[in-house]
Design a protein around this ligand. Sequence first.
Ligand code: SF4
Length: 552
Amino acid sequence: MAAVAAAFPSGHHVSSPPNPKTNPSCLFYPAFLKAPSKGLSIPSNPLQPCRLPPHLTAAAAADSPNDSSFTSFDLLSDKPREECGVVGIIGDNDAAYLCSVALHALQHRGQEGAGIVSSHRPNDGGRASLRTVTGLGLVSHVFQDKSKLDYLSGSAAIGHVRYSTAGAASSLANVQPFLAGYRFGQLAVAHNGNLVNYSSLRARLEDSGSIFNTSSDTEVILHLIANSSSRPLISRIVEACESLQGAYSLVFLTENKLFAVRDSHGFRPLVLGRLRRPSGGIVFASESCALDLIEADYEREINPGEVVVVDGRDMSVTSLCLMPPKPRKACIFEHIYFALPNSIVFGRQVYSSRYSFGATLARESPADADVVIPVPDSGFYAALGYASESGIPFQQGLIRSHYVGRTFIQPEQNIRDLAVRLKLAPVKGILEGKSVVVVDDSIVRGTTSSKIVALIKDAGAREVHMRIASPPIIGSCYYGVDTPRSEELISNRMNVEGVKRAIGCDSLAFLSLESLRGLLGEEAPTFCDACFSGNYPVPPIENEVIRMEAVE
Ligand code: SF4
């Protein structure tokens, strides 16, 4: 077997993407990577304590907005949540600083915590080591103290923004990147996705003596790598990934190398770019918007099942197929809601996708109305498409407050009822006496939709016609998106007429699944739409899928 590899020490050139369809030499498990165990002595707990100096650790903890003396809640909680964004940069002496800027661009993918690990090499040319800073809250909060970025010196770094499920959000231990030490050095990892076989993997590892520091599925990846008897590291990573089921876009950092890995279905995005600076440093990021912000050129997606290795010593780039290819199943929700509209995700411009979803919705479900308004911000681009196609004027009938923030410290429980009003303000002059089309990207539980309808009616709208630029969500996601249990999803409990009555609008229509697939064209089978169709590409073996009967 031969690896598909390319080394370009002079020009920092990135190898061509291995395409299993067109490149038959794209082989798997290169034999040379497998080596007999050298009698590794793997620590039972590979996670190392944070190397942040005590004064910085204390500052990060004290400043946390998630201090337990507060209770916060999400103002627009009725949306699925992306669970993380990752970035990796190598070949530039400002790697950590650029990482922090790139993480700002990815902030919409996770607001609970942020962190960066850098590879620091002492001025005397001594051995490099990994340094880490993590904290709870937004990127601007975690890295507001410049000394933290100064501490993260070095020419390679990885970063992470995290969204967590309730209960684990306040745990600093769960904030990535995770840093581990094993017999052959240090390893840091940042993960976007979700492992459907996490529980069984963790149980197996605990049975064999592993001790876990966190409740994150990402930690099992480090344990699997530490416990592997293969060499070199890339072989350990491949062997670990062999055990993983579900969604993972990963970046790993060692003292000298940066790795980017994407699961063989390619559920979550991961792109490769190059800095326009003289350094020509290489960047991996969840979305291309992160490349734009740090003035890096988009080169390509990391292919499903691909691992790319960049060696910081000569900037050689090696690309390997991680595992035998499986059908790509890219998350269509990235185009419906998660990704920023200025991003290119799975090779498509997100803005164009949303616009066409709205335009198709207008043809499929017209409404006799005076004005089209979006639910800001996520319904904005679909509403533009709907207005353009229908010829109904587009207006901003709801103004979003950008000063309240995503969450709000609640002094009283009953302030929850004011949550939507804190975030969205109706424009009476636009709405009064009008028949209004309201375009949103999705409906999850229906709780926020009903409040928005009431808000618009209270402002004097004569009729409210809800148009949703995605199909009804009938199932939970098990691949890295936090959705409620299936029985909490309003479209799993009711048909469209039932949902219309529940949220109190005059008419309701969703983009049909057929139209969504039609818009994706030939690529439709390469997208996951399980939360709309119930067709799960990887069975959620450790989670029960409950389908309720539709009711009138
Ligand atoms: Fe995306 Fe839905 Fe598939 Fe999850 S189930 S990966 S949210 S399309």
